[in-house]
Structure formats: C-alpha cells, structure tokens
Design a protein around this ligand. Structure first.
Ligand code: THU
Length: 136
C-alpha cells in the first residue's frame, strides 16, 4: 500500500472523529506488517485529559486484535475536518509508537497541498525511552 493510499483511509477515518470541544478532527490509518490496516479517530472527553488521539485509537484497536508489528501510519487533521497544516503526532502518541515500532517506522502527514510528507520514528522521537532498552 502506498503512503497516498494509506492517507486516503486516514482522511476517511477523520470523518469518525468525536471532537465537540476542540472541533479539530483527526484521522489515522495504521499499516500492519501483514498488510492489515487499522483506522482511528480522536475521541474527546468533557474532562479533556481522557481524550484519545486518532493514532492511539488505531494502535489500540490493532493491538487488541493481536497485531504488534507495524510499518507505516498516515495522519491527517484539521478544524472541522478541513486539512490546512500538517497534523504531526503528539508526544504521547510518539511514545506509543515507540512501544511497538522500530526507528524506521514511517509516519506520513499531509497539508492542504495534498502532498504526503514522511518522517521516521527516529526523526520524530530521538533518544526515546523504550522498554526493551531501558527497563532491563
Ligand atoms: N489530536 C490527535 O488525535 N492526534 C494528534 O496527533 C494531535 C492531536 C487530537 C486530540 C484532540 O482531540 C484534538 O486533536 C486537538 O488537540
């Protein structure tokens, strides 16, 4: 699956967002190493901190179903579902990616141009704290 195809699914997932407080809709599409795709949206809460980002929704759905190896994620978001700027993953989501993904995991983002930009997890989370390395 190409980054553009994955982004198409992320855009569709954005329409599932429950974001009555921020009005910022986010969608994510996570590609497993066997080709399965899991989508996710942000799910907000009146108490704010229980809010779950789109990326973590996708990861948690996938892990629940038994998937633990991933190659790519596409992320998009915007106010009212209109994409303007790149929606980059928050720090908490980067840490969750670090739990299951290696440094070469690819993170695809897009803006109003429609072009897909890609960064690796190593680029977005340098010197991360990971269980396998630090909790021995
Ligand atoms: N959000 C995501 O779902 N993913 C991100 O990468 C950035 C932020 C959500 C959380 C909240 O519901 C809204 O966007 C505004 O922060």
């Amino acid at each position: 699956m190409t980054p553009e195809q994955l982004m198409f699914l992320a855009k569709e997932a954005m329409g599932h967002a429950y974001a009555p407080y921020s009005g910022f809709y986010v969608g994510a599409a996570l590609l497993c190493d066997d080709g399965t795709v899991y989508t996710g949206c942000n799910i907000e809460n009146a108490a704010y901190s229980p809010t779950n980002c789109a990326e973590r929704t996708a990861f948690f759905k996938a892990v629940y179903d038994g998937h633990r190896r991933f190659t790519d994620i596409a992320i998009c978001g915007g106010k009212g579902g209109v994409i303007t700027n790149l929606c980059t993953p928050c720090g908490v989501c980067r840490q969750v990616m670090g739990e299951f993904c290696g440094p070469d995991f690819r993170i695809h983002m897009t803006d109003s141009s429609g072009l897909v930009q890609t960064q690796t997890l190593a680029q977005l989370l340098p010197m991360g704290f990971f269980g396998g390395e630090h909790l021995l």
